[in-house]
Design a protein around this ligand. Structure first.
Ligand code: CU
Length: 121
């Protein structure tokens, strides 16, 4: 193996390590899923500084959930599975209709300590 090839291989290892570090310190926010409209939410969750209130809610299939943004800081709602993702916002609301039973953990992309879960029965 020549020295040149050796260097190239080393560069690849460094690049791979860098990607790993970047992935660990900032998971990329998934694409925003537009807020639902024309529905009547059964539960409202407040996004405040810095938590979701209430953090854990339970709804039925077909129910809509509304998040209202009331913080001084910007927050968002990001489902772990990407099924509901809001913009970063300080005011206004975000609505999502849950059509399938399951557990939907979510957090705020800028405050990892802000977590919540929607359980759909
Ligand atoms: Cu936040």
């Amino acid at each position: 193996m020549s020295a040149a090839i050796g260097r190239r291989a080393f560069g690849g290892v460094v690049a791979a390590a860098l990607v790993t570090v970047l992935a660990a310190c900032g998971k990329k926010k998934p694409e925003v899923v537009p807020s639902a409209s024309g529905v009547d939410p059964v539960v409202t969750v407040a996004a405040i500084d810095n938590r979701f209130e209430p953090a854990s809610i339970e709804v039925k299939e077909g129910d809509a959930v509304r998040w209202v943004f009331k913080g001084v800081m910007e927050h968002d709602v990001v489902a772990e599975d990407g099924s509901f993702v809001s913009e970063l916002q300080k005011t206004g609301e975000y609505v999502h209709v849950f059509t399938k039973a399951g557990e939907y953990p979510y957090d705020c992309s800028v405050h990892p300590e802000m977590t919540g879960v929607v359980t759909v029965k």
